[in-house]
Design a protein around this ligand. Structure first.
Ligand SMILES: Nc1ncnc2c1ncn2[C@@H]1O[C@H](COP(=O)(O)OP(=O)(O)O)[C@@H](O)[C@H]1O
Ligand SMILES: [Mg+2]
Length: 234
């Protein structure tokens, strides 16, 4: 079964079309990488999937059910979690206070903290530190811990690796792989192929609002050239 499916999704900002018929599926329990250059429409695709941007045509299906027009809060209740570009942690709150905000979901702070620190031991050491003073990698860990506090079935990650050193990105992707092994389906967006292909089951390349290529990481590795990604392959 596909946990998420986009069928012929078109999207626009004002009158300007940016997605031109996206077909994309995330099978249950898999990691799908959505790659492509800056401006290709990756973030818009995630926003459409999360109910934050209404498609101008096409369908969004979650677990086989059409969800066009469903409010983002309702999709979140049904198990969808988007971790946005730029991470969306509160810089002037401590790690713990950032986690505490997730108690709205009904879980206790101690349960949320236990889970967060089990997965990201470094956050425990930093629990009293203001999030904005942590490294980019630690802030990404906090963003992921916040998202995972709601026990999502489908995780949408937007440019996890942005601005991070390769070794930190590798560490984060090991955690992504672990989350996937626990049964969470994941759609992850990256500008460059880099480390993400090592953990993905499937990959798609988005260029100018169209899916230019879909395949296994092995199939795609060969043609993920400068021509597609507009920069050095990772
Ligand atoms: N809020 C917005 N208003 C108008 N145009 C936007 C907005 N957000 C994105 N765009 C445009 O939509 C296109 C796709 O953007 P985006 O989905 O952010 O691409 P990516 O994430 O692949 O870089 C780009 O041309 C971008 O300039
Ligand atoms: Mg983007």
């Amino acid at each position: 079964m596909n946990l998420l499916e986009l069928r012929g999704v078109r999207a626009a900002y004002e009158r300007i079309d940016v997605l031109f018929g996206i077909d994309l599926a995330v099978p249950q329990g898999s990691v799908v990488a959505l790659l492509g250059p800056n401006g290709a429409g990756k973030t818009t695709t995630l926003r459409v999937a999360a109910g934050l941007h209404q498609p101008s045509a096409g369908d969004v299906l979650i677990a086989g059910r059409r969800v066009n027009g469903t409010a983002p809060e309702e999709l979140a209740r049904r198990g969808l979690c988007l971790i946005p570009e730029g991470r969306g942690v509160f810089p002037n709150l401590t790690v713990r206070e950032n986690l505490r905000m997730m108690t709205y979901s009904g879980k206790s702070l101690s349960a949320i903290e236990d889970e967060a620190y089990r997965r990201f031991p470094r956050l425990k050491e930093r629990r009293k530190q203001l999030a904005g003073t942590m490294s980019g990698g630690e802030q990404q860990m906090l963003a992921m811990a916040r998202g995972l506090a709601t026990k999502p079935a489908l995780l949408l990650l937007d440019e996890l690796s942005m601005g991070l050193a390769p070794i930190v990105v590798e560490e984060l992707y090991e955690i992504v792989a672990q989350i996937a092994r626990e049964g969470v389906s994941i759609l992850v967006v990256e500008q460059f192929a880099s480390t993400v292909l090592g953990v993905a089951d499937l990959a798609a390349v988005l260029v100018h609002g169209r899916v230019a290529r879909v395949g296994t990481p092995r199939e795609l590795q060969d043609d993920l050239s400068k021509a597609y990604l507009g920069g050095e392959p990772g």
